[in-house]
Design a protein around this ligand. Structure first.
Ligand code: PMV
Length: 325
């Protein structure tokens, strides 16, 4: 009863921002992401009859507290949903993140955990069912089951049975690159969970955000299909700005941006004025991801590294979905 799985993280081009059900992790909008090959997690799950509780090791360190509880609660969910075992498990994960600067992601973590656990239990499960299950560990993780461009369909059913991700285009469809810009100053942030909740409950901009999603999604999917980089980049950048605008309207207001975040955004816009198609997107933290085409890699990387306050730039290609080792 042992299996190892590998999953990559993903960057949302149309953001998931807002839950309609906090327990089942059901979103208020569809979202769309690109799986990244540069950041991944490998996880081995072993169910053992000599354990009196679950155990979790991350990068060979024993984990306790909130991080452990999330893993153990997720294993409880799989045990009760599948009725496949009563045994506890040892979970060993390694985050393959090129630097230790706040890029460890719950997306690759929960996708690898769900895949390794279901495989260790010998469950034959479709990608859709795996995605639906993974969603309940971490929302954005349900997109990391697949490679390439992926859409998480929010669904409408109260039990969440129609809320899962599907692949829009495989990684091979289009060689788009993403530069992860790591800032030197990565001050503690408002968690995505808390940030979403506060925004949904208090921001007058939240309804505008939600209402704008269907149009953005339709346009970006057409742009991806046509490999229209300007179109995809412009929609992704504008969608990111709209998401972050909702946080400024929240009570109390907050932002994930630091001074260097703005400097990176401005540099990306300057690059465009110089004729280099590059576009930014930002998740629930100060780091920025920049989309560009392979021919511009050297120029984009240099321009970003030259910004004061930028610690590192890590480039990624489009990555694959879950694999078993
Ligand atoms: O799934 P979470 O709780 O890590 O939330 C992800 C939220 C964003 O990264 C900001 C957007 C997204 O779609 O990934």
């Amino acid at each position: 009863m042992k299996a190892t799985a590998k999953a990559h993280t993903n960057i949302a081009l149309i953001k998931y921002w807002g839950k309609r059900d906090e327990t089942l992790i059901l979103p208020t909008n569809n979202s769309l992401s690109l799986t990244l090959d540069g950041f991944y997690t490998t996880t081995t799950v072993t169910f053992r009859d000599d354990l009196s509780s679950d155990t979790f090791f991350l990068n060979d360190q024993a984990i306790t507290g909130e991080q452990f509880n999330r893993v153990s609660t997720f294993l409880d969910l799989i045990r009760s949903e599948t009725q496949a075992t009563n045994l506890y498990a040892e979970v060993r994960s390694t985050n393959h993140v090129p630097t230790a600067a706040g890029f460890a992601s719950s997306a690759s973590g929960f996708a690898a955990l769900a895949a390794a656990t279901t495989r260790a239990l010998d469950l034959s499960i479709s990608d859709q069912d795996l995605s639906r299950l993974t969603r309940q560990g971490s929302g954005s993780a349900c997109r990391s089951i697949y490679g390439g461009f992926v859409e998480w369909r929010q669904g409408t059913k109260p039990d969440g049975s129609d809320s899962f991700a599907v692949q829009v285009q495989p990684a091979e469809h289009w060689d788009v690159r993403v530069a992860a810009v790591v800032l030197s100053d990565t001050m503690k942030k408002v968690s995505s969970r808390e940030g979403m909740k506060r925004t949904v409950n208090t921001s007058p901009f939240f309804s505008g955000w939600v209402n704008s999603i269907p149009y953005d999604l339709e346009l970006i999917k057409q742009g991806i299909k046509d490999r229209d980089f300007e179109k995809v980049g412009n929609i992704a950048e504008a969608n990111c700005l709209k998401m972050h605008a909702t946080t400024l309207g929240a009570n109390p207001p907050f932002t994930y941006w630091h001074a260097t975040t703005l400097a990176v955004m401005q540099e990306v816009q300057t690059m465009r004025e110089r004729g280099i198609p590059a576009f930014f997107t930002i998740d629930a933290g100060p780091n920025v991801k920049v989309l560009y085409l392979p021919k511009d890699e050297a120029t984009v990387k240099k321009a970003l590294l030259d910004i004061p306050g930028v610690h590192d730039v890590i480039v990624s290609r489009s990555g694959q979905g879950v694999t078993y080792l």
